[in-house]
Design a protein around this ligand. Structure first.
Ligand SMILES: [Zn+2]
Length: 87
């Protein structure tokens, strides 16, 4: 089973998560504690949006497959470079 550090690496570009239980590589629930720096951009009325976000540190608590519900079979593997971003 992947360690929390392994799972954090799986969220970075160039790698991806895989559920060894069912083969899912695209849908996961990730529970994490993150420390971030955000560029909040407000209009004069006070409504805002986040224009930039940098994750300074991240601690993964769990990664659960959305397809089969397993959280004990998640692997990290290199992402196929030719695959377009599925988002
Ligand atoms: Zn699964």
């Amino acid at each position: 089973m992947a360690t929390p550090d392994d799972l954090a690496a799986g969220l970075e570009p160039g790698s991806r998560l895989r559920c060894d239980g069912c083969g899912n590589v695209t849908r996961f629930d990730v529970v994490a504690t993150e420390r971030t720096r955000r560029f909040h951009h407000f209009d004069l009325g006070g409504d805002g949006a986040v224009d930039e976000e940098e994750v300074l540190s991240r601690a993964i608590e769990s990664v659960t497959c959305r397809w089969c519900g397993r959280d004990d079979a998640i692997l990290v593997e290199p992402a196929p470079s030719a695959t377009p971003d599925p988002r």
